[in-house]
Design a protein around this ligand. Sequence first.
Ligand code: CP
Length: 304
Amino acid sequence: MKNLLSITDFSVQEIDQLLSVAQDIIANPEKYNEKCKHKILATLFFEPSTRTRLSFESAMLSLGGSVLGFSDANSSSASKGESVSDTIRVVSCYSDIIAMRHPKEGAPFVASMVSSVPIINAGDGGHNHPTQTLADLLTIKTEKGRLDNLTVGFCGDLKFGRTVHSLIEALARYKGIKVVLISPKELTIPDYVKSDVMDKNNMDYVETTDLEQVMPQLDVLYMTRVQQERFFNEDDYLRLRDSYILTLDKLSNAKPDLSILHPLPRVNEIAVDVDNDSRACYFKQVANGRYMRMALILKLLGIE
Ligand code: CP
């Protein structure tokens, strides 16, 4: 039984297959609308979400399946002290596949040890968010026509931004990727991502605090929110939250075919004027998330 806990659970070939299936779903949605008839997806969200939970639910409903779950740990027996392990043992009696989000890094791994159905990590603390990466990869592939030979800038909270960690892990396996890491000194990428992912894969990367200086090099700019919920100190959050605000002005020296991504939710990192720029891809990224999650559910359930 296969789970998706980290994007490295899939080979490059498997990711390419998921991208192809998602592209086929976009082209021929009617072929897929009964593929998961009588299958049940459980969405267990111990942390807030709009996109990930609803896109998983929309994905399963579009495949003809059903969904159950909770969107707030306080409405589940976790609030009475039930462990993640016991919750998963119970819910795997009621469902065929589980997507879970949890504030603790590694919780989906713990779940996978006791589950009788596939587990999907829908975000674990500041660690990983592999299904967002699937949406990101489809967006980059669609916009740029390739996943190799790109200069990708990551800007904002690179310390706690789990989507950044997972996307770098994915890109590390493609050729000719240069990563430009743009953040305040306090929010730089964790050392383990440097040593275990970028150094290990001989990835070309630079770190800087200056977005405008590196802007002309970039093929993709991945903006991120400063993750308020991971800060221990409110003053630090308030000091850092507006470190980077992307405006049309700041895009004046960017490539005309730059692709601007953001996993969303956005707080203040991208001015709303940028939404109408042809380079803004973050709402296309949202739509792609649903198609990639449809492809993922099919793969993990072993449905052709
Ligand atoms: N991108 C993302 O994970 O959004 P949500 O927190 O709304 O699910």
